[in-house]
Design a protein around this ligand. Structure first.
Ligand SMILES: Cc1cc2nc3c(=O)[nH]c(=O)nc-3n(C[C@H](O)[C@H](O)[C@H](O)COP(=O)(O)OP(=O)(O)OC[C@H]3O[C@@H](n4cnc5c(N)ncnc54)[C@H](O)[C@@H]3O)c2cc1C
Length: 376
């Protein structure tokens, strides 16, 4: 036996699983194909939105609450600023489906929020050029997660707790035997009691065929703009935002580098053949729609894309993650399939994976994320 637990992939969720496991055992080993937070993984692009206000299953709320605590713990443990607590705005038509479903979820889970009328928005956040019927929901706990800092901090914290890390170690096969799990790459092989697979968009070839068939690698692109007056788009004045209309949608974050503002089309994850060859350039249509939307929504941004990029993520058919054992008797735990929405809860997902993989209980009511939902 080379250890109690291995974590394959030290990206967004694997790094958090390694950190959490290192709090529970001194026998955890991480394997990363390249380096933690490398620029072609789903960690790329500087920031991810953290929000407690969302539309969809109320079951995510306890994981979000725990994730928020864990981001603060990671900051305290490593001395790094990871979550820029600037608040968040969800903007839409007052009687439109976006805000209606978001407020319905919020009423169910009790998330703290404040509704801002159009006039209040115009006064507090003049950066947004609103339509006549627009209002907003303010989320005081939202913010921008500094992705690469979060991942490298979690790996460093895990190593400080005694975890071992192998970089440039792309695991090519995982084999379950009667008393352990054998991992190989090249001429190297290791045996562990249990393994967490957190290899993101690269997970398909490491997972059983039945699960792979329910997943798809998707490309998500990002774009950044320069402000006419940079002081209007700093975190203290410009919360993260998500703005959805029937004909246009965009989300983004304040300037974290003092120069560029992230403003990007929403919901554009599109199938792509392989995680390693995601086209990084935006198409002419993507550029045109992005600049048109920015021209309408933000008169204070110069409507020319100054930076853009694209990254892969693994989507499942129902958009819920694959978090759990592959089968009741398996020693392989899946932590992937975060479907374009995983970073905000990466710390919470990492804790669930590490605890359960080491035989501890975690949240109730997680059936909707269990891989076995796809086994029939
Ligand atoms: C552009 C973009 C914008 C997004 N915006 C948001 C947002 O605002 N808010 C939000 O909450 N979520 C957002 N998401 C989703 C979120 O970022 C992802 O769901 C999450 O980061 C996925 O994490 P992961 O750990 O599964 O994958 P990754 O972070 O990609 O990590 C996988 C790691 O595994 C490694 N690996 C792969 N194969 C192997 C192997 N065989 N052996 C060893 N290592 C291996 C890879 O090198 C990589 O480092 C966004 C995603 C993208 C792409």
């Amino acid at each position: 036996m080379d250890g109690q637990l291995a974590v394959i992939g030290l990206g967004s969720v694997g790094s958090m699983a390694l950190w959490q496991a290192s709090r529970l055992t001194d026998s955890v080993v991480g394997f990363e194909a390249q380096a933690p937070a490398h620029g072609r993984s789903a960690v790329g692009g500087d920031t991810r939105l953290f929000r407690m206000i969302y539309r969809g299953r109320p079951d995510y709320y306890p994981i979000l609450e725990r994730s928020r605590e864990l981001w603060a713990e990671l900051e305290a443990e490593t001395g790094q600023d990871i979550l820029t607590r600037c608040g968040g705005l969800s903007i839409g038509t007052a009687d439109g489906s976006y805000l209606r479903s978001l407020l319905e979820t919020t009423r169910t889970n009790g998330a703290t929020h404040q509704i801002l009328t159009r006039a209040e928005m115009a006064e507090r956040y003049p950066q947004h050029n609103l339509r006549p019927d627009d209002i907003a929901v303010f989320d005081p706990h939202a913010g921008a997660l500094r992705t690469d800092r979060a991942v490298t901090a979690a790996v460093a914290a895990a190593q400080a707790n005694g975890a071992t890390v192998h970089t440039n170690a792309p695991i090519s096969s995982i084999q379950e035997t009667s008393d352990g799990v054998v991992l190989t790459y090249g001429d190297n092989s290791w045996t562990f009691e249990r393994v967490i697979v957190a290899s993101g968009a690269w997970s398909k070839h490491l997972m059983p065929h039945y699960l792979g068939a329910h997943t798809e690698t998707r490309r998500i692109f990002l774009s950044w703009f320069v402000a006419r007056d940079a002081t209007q788009f700093t975190p203290d004045r410009f919360p993260v935002f998500s703005r959805l209309h029937d004909d246009r949608s965009m989300y983004g974050a304040p300037s974290v580098d003092g120069v560029t503002v992230k403003a990007t089309l929403d919901g554009r994850g599109a199938p792509t053949p392989a995680a390693d060859s995601v086209p990084r350039d935006l198409t002419d249509a993507e550029i045109a729609e992005t600049t048109e939307t920015v021209s309408e929504f933000f008169p204070g941004l110069i409507p020319t894309i100054v930076r853009s990029d694209a990254f892969p993520d693994l989507y499942t058919r129902d958009r819920n993650p694959l978090l759990g054992w592959l089968s009741e008797s398996s020693r392989i735990y899946s932590a992937t399939g975060f479907s374009g929405a995983g970073f905000k809860m990466a710390s919470g997902y990492g804790e669930i994976a590490a605890s359960e993989a080491l035989g501890k209980r975690s949240f109730e009511r997680l059936d909707f994320v269990r891989p076995q939902r796809f086994s029939n």
